[in-house]
Design a protein. Structure first.
Length: 257
């Protein structure tokens, strides 16, 4: 039998290899390192590009300084005229207010002291003709203001139906003075409703005819350079005897603005 003999040195075995450290086990592959480095370069370089571009654009754009434009002389003239006109309006408005509050102007008075009914006759049951004359009394009760009657219109009514109208010429009335004006009213073929025509015939037969006078006036009050205009209205109701010798029996007049 063959016997194996081992040398003492041959019995010692080499030590087992030690395991690699944990850091080497988590080593990153080379391709990931390259990709990570490229991404970091892009992140660091990306904001730099618009920064340098914006600086270049800012350097390339020139700064424009606009010179102030001169105002047209026509605009200045118009503004000055408007200012002067506004000041004049304010001045005359304040002056008029002071005059009104200080003087307290009163409206003129309208009255009819006398009247004559000359003719009333009917051509047909609804058409009549008439002739009527009266004295219009215009008085100015103001002690410090002169007034001018610029528009004078007088209308004659039977009941509420217009039978005659007349306009008078303008005139000036001094302060505290009165003026009498003769007014001649003629009615020619005036149409009246049947009921009013019958009523007028009854009044003629009873020897008492009632007429109404309405006056519309525009007056301008003058105080030196200051003047102002306004409207007022006069109303008179007259009772007369029958024509041809119709005389004034009674009257009632009032004046209002």
């Amino acid at each position: 039998m063959n016997r194996l003999f081992f040398h003492p040195k041959m019995l010692s075995l080499p030590p087992p290899p030690q395991p690699p450290p944990q850091r080497q086990a988590m080593a990153t592959p080379l391709n990931q390192i390259v990709i990570a480095k490229q991404a970091m370069k892009q992140q660091t370089s990306a904001p730099e590009v618009p920064y340098f571009r914006s600086r270049k654009v800012a350097k390339e754009k020139p700064i424009l300084i606009r010179q102030p434009r001169r105002t047209n002389p026509i605009v200045w003239c118009s503004a000055i005229l408007c200012l002067v006109f506004s000041l004049l309006l304010i001045f005359f408005g304040v002056a008029t207010l002071i005059v009104v509050l200080a003087i307290k102007p009163r409206i003129p008075l309208f009255d009819t002291p006398a009247a004559a009914l000359n003719v009333i006759y009917f051509d047909s049951p609804e058409y009549f003709n008439g002739d009527f004359t009266f004295l219009a009394n215009f008085s100015n009760p103001n002690r410090k203001l002169d007034v001018r009657f610029e528009y004078i219109e007088i209308e004659l009514y039977f009941s509420d139906s217009l039978v005659a109208a007349q306009a008078l010429q303008p005139f000036t009335q001094r302060r505290g003075k009165a003026r009498l004006v003769a007014v001649h009213m003629i009615s020619s073929l005036v149409h009246l409703p049947q009921n009013l025509a019958q009523e007028l015939q009854k009044q003629v037969q009873s020897n008492r005819v009632t007429y109404n006078i309405r006056g519309n006036f525009r007056v301008r009050a003058n105080l030196g350079l200051i003047h102002f205009s306004y409207w007022f209205h006069g109303r008179c109701q007259l009772e007369m005897t029958s024509p041809p010798t119709g005389v004034l029996l009674a009257r009632s007049c009032r004046t209002k603005r």
